[in-house]
Design a protein around this ligand. Structure first.
Ligand SMILES: Cc1cc2nc3c(=O)[nH]c(=O)nc-3n(C[C@H](O)[C@H](O)[C@H](O)COP(=O)(O)OP(=O)(O)OC[C@H]3O[C@@H](n4cnc5c(N)ncnc54)[C@H](O)[C@@H]3O)c2cc1C
Length: 300
């Protein structure tokens, strides 16, 4: 049993904390932003390996998370549901590189106007505010702690430190290869939608939740602004209504921006007493259980 400090209380840090506690370690989470204030709270969030590399490790991590989410979807208070949806394309596609991570994937023939191909599959949809609260409660129930602390360097005094600082790894991991990729979303009222839609080239996505619908998005590399831009919101809503006409005229509830921690390759690696686990890009939820399992192995 090791004494472990996890830095970061987004989906990556909390999931690592849960897995480490389940494996008998003593765990304290330290974070500048508490779970509902993190980038993770802004995620849409569907299971989908978006803006994360390398392909082989991402496929394996995503597949492990998929299996875990199937189990969590059986527990209503987790905020996880298995939902059918369709990814659409303007040109004919080969199978996706992450095909092995999902149990089934069907070519779609009933496509919206303007699209030439698509695949329909069942994927976890994770209602992040509910899920992050559940993860934090699970950490505490297993005997861990979550404390707000703004660190200027990785802490000492533990057997192992897990660096799950997301974009904060630019400072805490001295790693300038992690960059922000800005994502703006609009929340609209639920209009009775029960399936998700994705056009990742645009990017445009429509993700139904219990009381609202998350509509996105943007993909702006190097932009640090977390202020929603009204013109961008209008463009997102117009693209989404072309994809899903039921959204036309839906009441807008609020706007949000998150900065995805994108790195040329997700870093899951042990260096001395530090295990780095950051750079999950646009797929932090999708990779969360897979990378947490690997971190447990690296802690030993
Ligand atoms: C609009 C949008 C939509 C998205 N949709 C999806 C989706 O559908 N599916 C999906 O899988 N992913 C999605 N993502 C990506 C996902 O949100 C991220 O990959 C994920 O949130 C990364 O989680 P993280 O825990 O690594 O980082 P964060 O959530 O950013 O957490 C980092 C933690 O580190 C802490 N920290 C940083 N620096 C310090 C410091 N100096 N001292 C102390 N603590 C520090 C922070 O306070 C925070 O607690 C989306 C992202 C955006 C922006």
């Amino acid at each position: 049993m090791s004494r472990v400090i996890v830095v970061g209380a987004g989906v990556t840090g909390l999931t690592c904390a849960v897995r480490l506690l389940e494996n008998g370690h003593r765990v304290d989470v330290l974070a500048r932003d508490l779970p509902l204030e993190t980038t993770s709270a802004v995620a849409a969030a569907i299971w989908y390996p978006y803006r994360a590399l390398p392909q082989d490790r991402v496929t394996a991590w995503s597949g492990a998370s998929y299996a875990e989410f199937v189990g969590l979807a059986g527990e209503p208070d987790t905020g996880v549901r298995m939902v059918t949806g369709t990814e659409v394309f303007e040109i004919r596609q080969a199978d996706p590189w992450w095909r092995a991570a999902v149990p089934s994937l069907d070519r779609e023939t009933a496509l919206p106007d303007g699209y030439a191909d698509g695949w329909t599959f069942v994927t976890p949809v994770v209602e992040m505010p509910v899920y992050l609260r559940w993860l934090q409660a699970r950490v505490e129930e297993l005997g861990g702690t979550v404390t707000r602390m703004n660190l200027s360097g990785l802490p000492t005094g533990a057997d192992v430190v897990i660096n799950c600082a997301g974009l904060g790894a630019r400072l805490l991991g001295a790693d300038r290869s992690v960059v922000p990729v800005r994502g703006q979303v609009v929340y609209v009222e639920q209009v009775g939608l029960d399936r998700w839609w994705l056009d990742s080239a645009a990017p445009t996505y429509v993700v139904p939740r219990s009381t609202d619908i998350v509509v996105g998005g943007t993909d702006e590399e190097g932009d640090w602004s977390r202020t929603p831009v009204p013109e961008i919101a209008e463009a997102i809503l117009a693209r989404a209504a072309r994809l899903v006409p039921e959204l036309e005229g839906a009441r807008v509830l609020r706007h949000k921006v998150g900065l995805r921690p994108v790195r040329p390759a997700v870093r899951v690696e042990r260096v001395g007493d530090v295990v780095h686990c950051y750079g999950h890009g646009g797929a932090g939820v999708t990779l969360s259980w897979g990378t947490a399992d690997e971190v447990v192995g690296l802690v030993g």
